[in-house]
Design a protein around this ligand. Sequence first.
Ligand code: ZN
Length: 281
Amino acid sequence: MQKIKEAQEKKTPAQLRKETMSLSIKEGSMASVAGGLLRLLGNCPNCNAEDEITKTPDSRKTNDPLYGLSVRCGGCGRVWEDWIKLILSERTEGKELIPVQVIRPIPTHVYLAFPYDNIPYRKAIISVLNSALMAKFGLEVAFCCEGGLIKYSPRHGYEIRNFDEDKIGLWFEEGIEEASVPVFDFYEKIMRQLFEEPMQFKDLKLRRGEILRMGKEATETDASIYLFCAITKTAGKKFAEKVLLTKQKNDRNPFTASHISGLTQEDIKRFFIPRPPYHSD
Ligand SMILES: [Zn+2]
């Protein structure tokens, strides 16, 4: 992770923007992006207010995080014209601002736009969120070339995929399959809770996107706590318990565990490409 961070720091704003643009364009027309507000998690360099920097009203005409780059602190009102430059200049001071936005450009695409290449415990997040979809919609693991889930039904069967690379999200390959839209609605709700909203459980106070701010000392158990808090907030404690059981069942099944958390190219080769036949002579 440190390596990735160092590589990122060396990039100029123009390079970073170009890369991010190509990433977004790949996901479809950005003119119609729907979703939450881009927010920079961390302290305002001017007034130290926490998590108050969001897009300015001017740059909210579209929810696309890369059109209209100006951001404003809700605490002191200071405006910066380019949030990518702001992040990079804060980094030179050793301070971190984490850009966060859940995006739903079409009904059957939902994903976390940023950060996109250094999410701690990404696999654990995907695995728990997929277990939530299995518990709620009776989905099963899809034995396709990537992490994904499938609904077997003579009338409304569909297959949905997890984004590969370093993203967290869900997509349906062939346009919009109406029957799968509620799955995306639910996924979006949990994602918004997990990445965009603060949470409180008795004495446990979780800031917005706490799971993205975990330091080196954090463990997978910490990640699980944040995940199950978000699921409980979204759909109740009973449902969260059902998700936990689903997750445990998946983890015990070595054939499904790697699938529901997303396969890498290496995994695919290892699991599915047949070895040369054995010659006994
Ligand atoms: Zn401020």
